[in-house]
Design a protein around this ligand. Sequence first.
Ligand SMILES: [Ca+2]
Length: 184
Amino acid sequence: MKTSVTTTLAAVLLLLTTGGASPGQQVADPPCVGQIHPNPGFEHGATGWTAGPRIVVFGDATRPAHTGRAYATFAGLDVTRGDLLRTTVTVPANCDLTVRFWVRTTTTETSRGDYLNVGLAVTGIPPKTRFSLAFDGGAQWRQYTMSSGTATTERTATVSFVSSETAGNGATAFDVDDATVTLS
Ligand SMILES: [Ca+2]
């Protein structure tokens, strides 16, 4: 009996192995497959992102991108307004989602007035601001990382960058580049 079960199992495994490799056969997307965002460095403008009406993505030789030619920039106009940039991805069951992004801060402020909130909203977890960046973020590119953790069910994750600035007392611009979204 034991031999019979083992043989059957071996046959099933063989079938799965060879069946999965057949050309043209519908195969489910493999989970946890690495970086999944189509445009993490903004080289294709706002493709793959939902951008607010005044979000600017550009290249500027005097303020170079972290990589490539383009990046997203928020605030910096010394007016009272906000910017929004976000993207939503599917997180397969048992995958962890890690978001890495780089921020450079250019400021004339000396206290916290303008800010950039970076959030990660994941199914089953209350939306949360993971970073609230301000004038003291640094004039050099700095990398930040946030993760979703794993779950046994498929989830949706939304990464959001939301800036808020107020007129007066100087201005702070936040540049964002290489916002990668990686499943592992
Ligand atoms: Ca770039």
